[in-house]
Design a protein around this ligand. Sequence first.
Ligand SMILES: Cc1cc2nc3c(=O)[nH]c(=O)nc-3n(C[C@H](O)[C@H](O)[C@H](O)COP(=O)(O)OP(=O)(O)OC[C@H]3O[C@@H](n4cnc5c(N)ncnc54)[C@H](O)[C@@H]3O)c2cc1C
Length: 385
Amino acid sequence: MTGPLDPFETDERKALRASARGFAEREIQPDLDAWELDGVIPAELAKKAAGAGLLGVGYPEAVGGEGGSVIDAMVLAEGLMAGGASTGSLAALLTHNVSLPHMVRVGTPDQVARFVKPALAGEKVGSLGVTEADVGSDLAATRTTARRDGDHYVVNGAKMFITSGARADFVTTLVRTGGPGPKGLSILVVESGTPGFSVSRKLNKMGWLCSDTAELAFTDCRVPAANLVGREGDGFGLLMHQLMSERLMLAIQACAIAQRSLDLTVDHVRSRVTFGQPLISRQVVQHKLVEMHQRIDVARTYARAVTARFAGGEQVTAETCLAKIAAADACSFVVDQAAQLHGSMGFMRETEIERHYRDARVFRIGGGASEPLADWAARMLGYHE
Ligand SMILES: Cc1cc2nc3c(=O)[nH]c(=O)nc-3n(C[C@H](O)[C@H](O)[C@H](O)COP(=O)(O)OP(=O)(O)OC[C@H]3O[C@@H](n4cnc5c(N)ncnc54)[C@H](O)[C@@H]3O)c2cc1C
């Protein structure tokens, strides 16, 4: 669906997309290669994005945001990608999309003032600490514990693969405050500098190089009880709701990376001459481009439609899983074809396609791998014993 009936294509959202694109062209794309080598984005980038009115897009003004809905947050991501940003830079710049939603929904005024507002102003970085070395897909098995002790919790455990974890000012952390299973889980905000909290190591990755990813440790770490988000036992439900918007965002980003790869490939096959003719003159190349376009359009149309239903308050759990799986698959196919059509240059670090090829791999894993998402969809759709 495109045109005025598509909520992603209203005049206001087209203007937002253009503004985000301009920001990426000016502030991200020129320095991205250097940040990839550094393994981190500069701290000023978030302040610049906040100054441009972009960081708080999709968040209510009452918590320091710019207003708008989850659709606006996704239009922002589409615009940044079209301007030459990478999904790694988005993961690093927009980590608040995974660390704040729980507090925006049920946080105390104090939590909003200490964490949400500074993060949306680009003054603090927040991470989401959920995955553990032994627990990824099956989050109900989370082991990190938080034992109540007076007006504190004492946290023990470790978290793995945490985006922006090495530079985070606070980590929105899934902890076990009760018995086994999902009902024993809560969300607690742990601030860096708290005794007993440490970054064990910064992880080297295949892609998303400018997005720092860390392993975190908690050893008898005393966290004020005032940092509990919602009530004890609310953690799993809060996380599941946030994962819906995260998975839809990943689906939209996967489509955006694929679209950017297709656009770059079209430019390349127009100018690259083999056997006396531009590559685009070959029917086999044209058909490849059409298939890339088709897979992106189908995945994006579905992801946008599910996002619009989610934004309207509909129950779209199964559809969200399917949207992420479809977008990740489309993205994998497109970046592979794009690299192929670039020939050996597609294998070189100096081409943007090479980065997108590596960055795309995480979309079938992060935020819920495709297989457990299909399991979840099967349960929701009644395809089980
Ligand atoms: C770059 C990056 C950034 C990340 N950022 C964060 C972050 O900020 N915060 C955070 O908490 N986590 C983060 N993660 C972690 C990520 O969300 C998890 O790694 C992911 O959910 C998969 O968990 P796992 O690695 O433990 O895989 P596992 O659960 O061990 O699964 C391994 C494989 O087995 C398959 N599998 C698992 N269960 C089943 C089943 N029942 N049936 C069939 N197949 C199955 C999976 O699909 C997968 O292919 C990040 C990961 C990466 C790579």
